[in-house]
Design a protein around this ligand. Structure first.
Ligand SMILES: *Cc1c(COP(=O)(O)O)cnc(C)c1O
Length: 714
């Protein structure tokens, strides 16, 4: 594969560096990252860890040196050996299980977002991170899965903040040469392009391939010269545009995705729809079956036997619903011989969600009615979902609605800091990564000496501040922002102070301003002599969510307000890269959603894995994750229906925990300066999060209880 004609080729001895750079497997393997870091640390930093771009920038001399450097070559050889092994998928959990139902199994995982690495900006937030972590875990476990999604050449937006804290969105065109993608090809070697009927026209979608270990991810892209200019833009941006853009994107993902798999000779036995965006997969499959002569009801039943659906939010606006005329207009070319059964199909999606719009074509309703296995993403979310969608199963009491709970998890090798990982190797087990979901193994966490654990926690906090400072320097010198914004960027943070992290999408239900309910009380907590507290915020608001942008602006103004002494920071342009620094480097992770609207939440899990205890409302994962000693539960115990009263009670509970428990525990030090009691909470956070809130536990549950691929009892 010659990606960069005209550039000097890699020296033969290290020729496979390009293959390594183009397989995102490197991103969750520490030693693989080390290969690039050692090749040229400066370029590695300058490219925000993008090895594809790096290989274009690194000098020929450096490459020649590396090809003769014995210690570099030893690392290179062993990493390439590991990559080959990972791809072969021998000796995996999957290959070792006796799975009679699983011979020839192939899972197709459809998602509108995939967050694998910051160099491939195909995600807006939590949904994408979950999809990315799922792919990585499937690779590690050897589960035969392919992903299907969208290539957004302009991705989601970069966030800039004006001097008065108003979010501005900047879309940047992806430089294809810098991205770890290649054209997907059919068995005859020709590039894979599929035709998708859209209204009375046909739109072509090219298919790109992303490699992640043994997983392949296929991405649809309508930016082809054969398409009309407006069609070329359809896949330009994630969640850009209005309902019309959205329904067209979803038709391309659903219909085009199935067609792409057919063209590539991939025959899924399980179709997993990650959120309702992909539910048009069902239409394409029913149509295919009807065209082979199957009656409609049988076709739907067959689809149901092989479709799995995960729903992700109890917030009504998070479920796409389209007026029927829009669906009719854009599906008019898609029916084929299903045409006469159009009403029957539309009925599968018909739903009145009670918001006054009457019946609409609801993508979640379509998925719920046509999936044989449905899950919510935490136990509490399952209960809420059963009630929310009860009308789908008339006559069934909500508590018996066929929805399971599979609580989300996060990919451990991706999210655990390298410094901690080394401690685990030394004190837990050298192969702890391969066994991290074994609960008992983590009892050994007490073997890590307090001083070592604390030294790593301190170093991670220092890394976060160094990162924030460098970013601020960049804004100061390159973007010429004012001094107030430099303070807001975190330049006055103190290296030793208790640091609270709050990073997530800015939207009303997450109550980003709860902490400011009583600003004077907060200011007293932050500026206490000898026991200072500081807060680091990050997050984007959806471009169309003005209320979210107002919340963000209020926080930003607090960060510039002298009254808080430079102890509040806002790190702009939250993405995977920023998320890593935050979940590693904060001391405490704050989450204040309006219960029960947080379906799961995963940033708190990432924090907990790194010994960053949670301080959270008992919503989403924390309702089942909190055990009394691994963090803190905010519970204002208000039974009121009045939101303002609930907010006041929750804020008071939050302040009280900080004043009476958290701050005193953090600053209670022994003669060597080690916070013994704090470290007990740190250990508990790690011990409980690792096995239970990892994507490993999650993926095994999907395989065994959703995909119908149980292993034989041992
Ligand atoms: C983990 C993550 C999220 C999701 O966090 P929540 O706690 O679920 O809101 C969103 N964005 C990024 C960049 C993440 O890494």
């Amino acid at each position: 594969m010659e990606r960069y004609p005209g550039l000097s080729p890699l020296p033969d001895r290290i020729r496979r560096l390009e293959e390594l750079a183009c397989d995102l497997w490197w991103s969750w393997h520490y030693r693989a990252r080390e290969v690039f870091r050692r090749l040229d640390y400066q370029i590695w930093r300058d490219t925000d860890h993008n090895p594809v771009r790096m290989l274009r920038l690194v000098s020929r001399d450096r490459l020649v040196d590396a090809a003769e450097d014995r210690s570099f070559l030893a690392l290179y050889d062993s990493v390439m050996h590991d990559l080959d092994r990972a791809r072969s998928a021998r000796d995996t959990w999957w290959s070792q299980g006796e799975r009679p139902a699983a011979r020839g199994a192939q899972v197709a995982y459809f998602s509108a977002e995939f967050a694998l690495h910051q160099s491939l900006p195909l995600y807006a937030g939590g949904l994408g991170v979950l999809a990315g972590d799922t792919c990585k875990e499937a690779s590690d476990l050897g589960v035969p899965l392919v992903g299907v999604g969208f290539m957004y050449p302009q991705g989601y937006f970069h966030q800039h903040l004006s001097a008065d804290g108003w979010q501005q969105e900047a879309y940047e065109k992806l430089n294809w040469l810098d991205a770890p993608i290649e054209p997907a090809v059919r068995s005859d070697g020709s590039p894979c392009v599929v035709a998708v009927p859209l209204g009375d026209r046909t739109v072509l979608a090219a298919v790109w391939l992303v490699r992640a270990g043994r997983i392949r991810l296929f991405l649809l892209d309508t930016d082809l010269p054969e398409n009309a200019p407006w069609d070329r833009e359809l896949s330009a941006r994630l969640y850009g545009g209005n309902q019309e853009t959205r329904i067209q994107q979803e038709i391309i993902l659903g219909l085009g995705g199935v067609r792409a798999l057919r063209a590539l000779d991939i025959a899924p036995t399980v179709w997993h729809l990650n959120e309702g965006h992909a539910a048009f997969v069902v239409l394409q499959r029913v149509r295919e079956a009807v065209e082979t002569g199957q009656p409609f009801d049988e076709a739907v039943a067959e689809v149901r036997r092989t479709t799995v659906f995960t729903t992700h939010t109890p917030v009504p606006a998070g479920h796409d619903a389209f007026p029927f005329h829009l669906v009719e207009a854009y599906l008019s070319g898609a029916w084929g011989s299903l045409g006469g059964l159009r009403d029957a199909f539309l009925a599968l999606g018909a739903y009145d969600n009670g918001n006054g719009d009457g019946q609409m074509f609801n993508m979640t309703a379509l998925a719920l009615r046509s999936a044989g296995a449905v899950n919510a993403v935490s136990q509490l979310h399952r209960d809420v979902t059963r009630t929310m969608w009860a009308p789908i199963w008339p006559g069934t009491p909500p508590e018996q609605a066929p929805i399971q709970a599979i609580t989300n998890g996060v990919h451990v090798p991706t999210w655990v800091a390298a410094g901690l990982s080394k401690l685990f190797e030394a004190y837990i087990a050298p192969d702890w990564r391969q066994r991290h979901d074994e609960e008992h193994m983590w009892d050994a966490i007490d073997a890590i000496p307090d001083e070592d654990l604390w030294a790593v926690r301190q170093a991670l906090r220092a890394d976060l501040f160094a990162f924030a400072r460098e970013r601020a320097r960049h804004r100061w010198t390159d973007e010429r922002v004012g001094p107030g914004q430099i303070v807001a960027a975190g330049t006055l943070l103190s290296p030793e102070a208790l640091t609270i992290g709050f990073a997530r999408r800015f939207t009303a239900y997450k109550r980003p301003e709860l902490l400011f309910h009583d600003p004077d009380r907060l200011a007293r907590i932050l500026s206490a002599v000898r026991r200072p507290v500081q807060i680091v915020y990050a997050g984007k608001a959806h471009p169309a969510d003005d209320s979210g942008k107002h919340h963000l602006q209020h926080i930003y103004k607090r960060a510039m307000d002298q009254g808080f002494g430079g102890r509040i920071a806002f790190i702009d342009d939250y993405d995977l890269h920023v998320a890593h620094y935050l979940v590693h480097g904060c001391d405490l992770w704050l989450n204040t959603p309006r219960k029960p609207l947080e379906a799961s939440g995963t940033s708190g899990m990432k924090a907990a894995l790194n010994g960053v205890p949670n301080l959270s409302i008992g919503d989403g994962w924390w309702a089942e994750g909190y055990n009394g000693v691994n963090g803190w539960l905010i519970d204002g115990q208000s039974e009121s229906r009045d939101q303002a009263e609930v907010d006041a009670a929750d804020a008071d509970a939050l302040y009280r925990l900080l004043e009476t428990e958290i701050v005193p525990t953090f600053y209670d030090r022994d003669s060597a300066g080690t916070p013994k009691a704090w470290l007990r909470v740190v250990r508990e956070a790690i011990r409980t999060a690792m096995p239970r809130f990892s994507s490993r536990r999650m993926m095994k549950q999907y395989v065994e209880s959703m995909y119908g691929l149980r292993s034989l009892p041992e």
